[in-house]
Design a protein around this ligand. Sequence first.
Ligand code: FEO
Length: 404
Amino acid sequence: MYKPVEIAKGIYNVGCRDWDIRDFHGYSTYQGTTYNAFLIVDEKIVLVDAVKKEFTQELLDNISAIVDPAKIDMVVSNHTEMDHTGALPALMDRIGIEKPVFCSKMGEKNLKEHFTGNLNLRSITDGEDLSIGQRTLTFIETKMLHWPDSMFTYIKNEGILFSSDAFGQHYAGDAMFDDEAGEEIMSHAAKYFANILLNYAPRVEQLLATVKDSGMKISMICPDHGILWRKDPGVIIDAYARWSRQECEPKALILFDTMWESTAAMARQVARGIESQGVGVRIMNTRKCHRSDIMTEMLDSKALVVGSPTLNNGIFPVVADVMTYIKGLRPKNRMAAAFGSYGWSGEAVKILNREFETMGLEIVTPGLAVKYVPDADDLARSFEMGETIGQKINTAFAKGKPIT
Ligand code: FEO
């Protein structure tokens, strides 16, 4: 458990580390996660966000190390999802059920739909200020980042932003701050963005523009998951700007499943063809790689290349699973191509192309279907398909098209 850490004068992280979690509703969390919660000790004592239900006692212990929970004057709930509110009912019993819980209007609605009982919910308006003594809290609605109820809480005086899920990472470790975690934390942040926020990329862009125009001073960003950005919050803000514009690298992501190694053999040749054009490649077997890791590679890949055998007139189940997942996260401005082996009916490539169309991706080759086992000619055609994809990617970058 964390000892509460004073992250700024009179402000403490009283959250918890979840070392054991490996599957966060379908997102692989190989390094666990954290549920950060923040105690602000001013003339009023404020708790910003809570933790998952299972960690209620740990949160209470952490708060108690600073102050008697009954002395908390108010709670802010930036987001209703239960990793940040599960502890709320039991917590409010200790704090005092009559104490106000500030949240967005949708937060009020959603909290009522999650928890029975009589929480004293107070909905805020976007941009509303609340004085707590020396400090003033400003509430900023961030609808659909990533729930309708999401909001930020900002301390004007110190430029500290409590950003709920945004700018977070599923990470549990010794580090609590960016300067302690090092570069490696960016891969966790990228995975978080790819899997939680990519489908709301236009809203992220809009929010960043609003923040920039407002001239808000941001000295520290405190998300509810992972490390806090105190050394250089600009690093994660710039990364969010890039990711929300869906900027890519000259790189292709090849996903495949295979029945008797035929589609796998094609995948390797397609990859060689792409690499022959100096373009980067990642090959991921959908039955062996977690969909959330696949999505992380998708974040900066210019092309999505999918291989599937035909099974029962359709595509392979795990490929379908991953395609559904990717589609929901709405990658834009990317190229796509399909390939696969078949025995008799051979619908997989057509089905994948239809999926690409629905996703609004640019299909750069008609695709390649090979009967049963690819022979030398089929493998050569697979290589050529890869060359074509590589060339198209190079052309897109050379043209100075926005790499988006
Ligand atoms: Fe970390 Fe959307 O909850």
